[in-house]
Design a protein around this ligand. Structure first.
Ligand code: DAH
Length: 346
């Protein structure tokens, strides 16, 4: 074989091999190319080497030199390709693809009852009522006695209250403590410590041993209102409740408030408060909101007020009921199951 032929065959081989190694884009592809050119049996380099034996004797040194150069080139191309693949892999791990959509962060929100409470405080605040708080663990005096609920009254029944076994009120009284069953307790706490006039609301949890169903839950919230001053009448009570309901539900729509005669030991006269409003879905109908009335003179006397000097009205409404009506919630339990799919709708 002529030297020129051998050399051009070597050059072609080198070029081919370099291209093939450069375009190998996976470990498998690289291995295939390696076998094709560097394979011990039938590899192209090995085949070319066989041609070396056929070159004229005088040309052998030149031919051998060229062959060795090509062999080095091919081996280098293999090593480079191998390196590139390896570094390419680690690059992929370290690289941050800024075009990948982010993972959205869930934004928290206030519980619907918290939202309702805040809105109620806001509305009543504008009507001049200060929000105050009272303890959820109460004694007999504040939950019953001072509210004109005598010892024999069925409201004190252990089956209707969460009495705290063994605990008694400080000050030597041996009547047991209980989880308050109504926020009316706060009326007493405020009047005991403040001379009239008073104009307060109190929003908070109350507890009754009811079995949970669509409309009952052993813990719920009430909004309590109390206004005591000279010359306060039922008309003031109705105006305030109507304004409250109109502000909470109304917008431009008419909201109606109706009183039905009732009885509570701590008010005289006493009424049941109903409200009517047509919601966005067109539903309307009277809804019972809670109780109200003129503060009983016995209650005023119990806190040291003079019923000849001042009169007052009080009301206690169910917060859950109002919240549920506003949002069209039909089962009170949904408010306390903490299912995010439910809560994130508000
Ligand atoms: N405390 C009553 C209850 O839980 C509701 C109530 C009625 C509160 C009349 C009042 C009131 O302040 O005047 O059923």
């Amino acid at each position: 074989m002529a030297l020129a032929d051998f050399i051009s065959r070597c050059d072609a081989l080198a070029e081919q091999a370099q291209k093939a190694f450069a375009s190998a884009d996976s470990a498998d592809a690289l291995e295939a190319v390696r076998i094709e050119f560097l394979g011990a049996k039938g590899g192209q380099l090995r085949e070319a080497q066989k041609g070396l034996g056929k070159v004229d004797k005088a040309d052998k040194p030149a031919a051998g030199k060229r062959f060795n150069e090509v062999k080095n080139q091919v081996e280098r191309a293999f090593a480079e390709s191998q390196e590139q693949l390896a570094s390419g892999k680690s690059q992929a791990v370290d690289t941050f693809d800024v075009t990948i959509p982010g993972q959205p962060v869930r934004i928290g929100r206030l519980h619907p009852i918290t939202q309702t409470i805040r809105e109620m405080k806001d509305i009543m605040g504008r009507l001049g009522f200060t929000a105050v708080e009272g303890p959820e663990i109460e004694d007999d005096w504040h939950n019953f006695e001072a509210l004109n609920i005598p010892l024999s009254h069925p409201a004190r029944d252990p089956l209707d209250n969460f009495y705290l076994g063994g605990e008694t009120a400080s000050g030597g009284s041996d009547s047991p403590l209980l989880l308050r069953s109504q926020t009316s307790t706060v009326q007493i706490r405020v009047m005991e410590n403040t001379p009239p006039p008073v104009r307060i609301i109190s929003l908070g949890r109350v507890y009754r041993p009811d079995t949970a169903d669509a409309t009952h839950y052993p813990m719920f919230h009430q909004i309590e209102g109390l206004l005591v001053d000279r010359g306060v009448t039922m008309a003031d009570l109705k105006s305030v409740l109507r304004l409250f309901c109109q502000s909470y539900f109304g917008g431009d729509d008419e909201v109606h408030v109706r009183f039905r005669p009732s009885f509570f030991p701590f008010t005289e006269p006493s009424v049941e408060v109903d409200m009517n409003w047509r919601d966005a879905a067109g539903n309307s109908g009277w809804m019972e909101m809670g109780g109200a009335g003129m503060v009983d003179p016995n209650v005023l006397r119990a806190v040291g007020y003079d019923p000849e000097e001042v009169t007052g009205f009080a009301f206690g409404l169910g917060v859950e009921r109002i919240c549920m009506r506003q949002h069209g919630i039909t089962d009170i339990r949904a408010l306390y199951q903490n299912d995010v799919r439910f809560l994130e709708q508000f």
